[in-house]
Design a binder for this molecule. Structure first.
Ligand SMILES: *Cc1c(COP(=O)(O)O)cnc(C)c1O
Length: 440
């Protein structure tokens, strides 16, 4: 069923026809929930193709793409060098289920860029990477508990689909049906930016904690930038209690610096997980860290982890070529200044339109927070009214050829294919929306 919002939505007949076929085939017509447009109403836009900073829908409408497939496309769509690398790999066969040079080459490159990665493994998604890293932490420490933070997302691993329980240091409760209460018992959820809450937990259950898992730059519930001191405190305390600090860098890896958030924040995690950019647009994830921990992975040790398509030749080629372009073309530096330019432009519009809104940004990741006051650091600080303001703005922007992820809680991305014209297109549309009273 399609929702019927009270504001004008973007009319896309060809997408609508596809969606009507899809809902008879897949739950809500989609293969990942947010794509169903439930958070913004209206018809999901069906994408026919992408090139550079742009995508075209089934009706032939063109959009500036600020979603970038949720993060992987730091070079934009269909980058010629990435396509050529994938094509060349495909000519040599799509998968072998056996070792090959491509995985060695990508692992060498990734490890050379991350001093905390002494050993690593490739998997096929971010979810798998996190699931495997947590298993290593538990296997290596012989402890059961995982600490995660409210507002961070780590994929759809059963025992991580968990919300805070009632009261401090109790176990969490499943946030998804199909996850037995028992699975959630070994997951404890703490608030971001809550040093006292974290310390109280450590005081009480420190010896049971295998891992403290965090997105160092939380980017799945708006952009909840953390204080440097908070992250440093997690590093210090985990070392003291003999627990693993796991950085989930599935978004931040290769995005905020070549060496991800660990490099940018100068904090060395024990284990880290990657996805999105590391596969250059193909389904690749990775996890790795200290050698003594990774030596627990089978067949060296007793932590089992495997994958039929792990280290897939096409994914390895796309990832390696993407990283090479990032290095050779100094992409992070360019994205940093483009990001600053975008932030300045949007902030200026918010100010001039007296909108209660701000831009939160880290490099090429940005998020428009449609509420007054300081940028939120915790999930609980995001007002529901801010999310409600987003839906009509979203459709206004779509009609003006601007594509964001369809939810107020999703961050946006710049790519090396974006430039001043794309920023101007967004700025102009946003200015007009606010002028018409939309999004405020
Ligand atoms: C996207 C994401 C995941 C899950 O990755 P998938 O490839 O979608 O399974 C895990 N952690 C973070 C931080 C993510 O952003």
């Amino acid at each position: 069923m399609e929702s019927k919002p009270s504001f004008p939505t973007h009319e896309v007949p060809a997408s609508k026809a596809l969606y009507e076929r899809a809902v008879k085939l897949m739950p809500a017509g989609v293969n990942s929930p947010v794509r169903a447009f439930r958070a913004v109403g209206g018809t999901p836009v069906y994408i026919a193709r992408g090139k550079g900073a742009h995508i075209w829908d089934a009706d032939g409408n063109r959009y500036v793409d600020f979603c970038g497939s949720w993060g992987p496309l730091i070079l934009g769509h269909a980058h010629p060098r990435v396509l050529a690398a994938v094509h060349a790999a495909a000519e040599r066969g799509l998968t072998y289920g056996a070792p090959h040079e491509g995985e060695v080459a990508l692992a060498e490159k990734v490890i050379s860029l991350h001093p905390h990665l002494e050993r690593m493994r490739f998997v096929s998604s971010g979810t798998e990477a996190v699931m495997s890293a947590v298993r290593v932490a538990r296997g290596a420490t012989g402890r059961p508990l995982v600490v995660k933070f409210d507002g961070c997302y780590h994929g759809h691993v059963d025992h991580l689909l968990v919300n805070a329980g009632s009261g401090l240091a109790t176990f969490g409760t499943p946030s998804s049906a199909g996850v037995p209460e028992d699975f959630a018992k070994n997951t404890v959820v703490v608030d971001l930016d809550d040093r006292a809450g974290f310390d109280a937990l450590v005081e009480k259950r420190g010896r049971e904690i295998a891992a403290v898992l965090i997105e160092p730059i939380p980017a799945n519930n708006g952009l909840l930038l953390q204080r440097q001191e908070f992250l440093e405190h997690l590093r210090k305390r985990t070392t003291e209690i003999g627990a693993c600090l796991i950085f989930d860098e599935v978004i931040s890896g290769f995005r905020v610096a070549m060496g991800g958030a660990a490099q940018r924040l100068r904090i060395r995690p024990d284990l880290a997980t990657y996805g999105k950019i590391i596969g250059g647009g193909l389904p690749v994830g990775a996890y790795g860290g200290r050698k003594d921990l990774m030596d627990h992975v089978a067949p060296l040790g007793r932590v089992y982890q495997a994958g039929t398509l792990s280290g897939n030749p096409l994914g390895m080629a796309a990832g390696l070529e993407t990283i090479r372009v990032l290095e050779e073309e100094n992409v992070h530096q360019k994205l940093e200044s483009l990001g600053a330019q975008l932030e300045e432009r949007l902030c200026d519009i918010f100010r001039r339109r007296s909108a209660n809104a701000s831009v939160v940004r880290m490099g090429s990741i940005f998020w428009m927070s449609l509420q007054a006051g300081e940028a939120p650091r915790t999930a609980g600080c995001i007002e529901s009214a801010a999310a409600a303001r987003f839906a009509p703005l979203y459709h206004f922007l779509l009609r003006r050829g601007i594509y964001f992820g369809p939810s107020a809680f999703e961050v946006a991305f710049l790519s090396s294919a974006h430039g001043e014209p794309e920023i101007e297109a967004l700025a102009t549309a946003l200015n007009d929306a606010l002028g018409a009273g939309i999004g405020r």
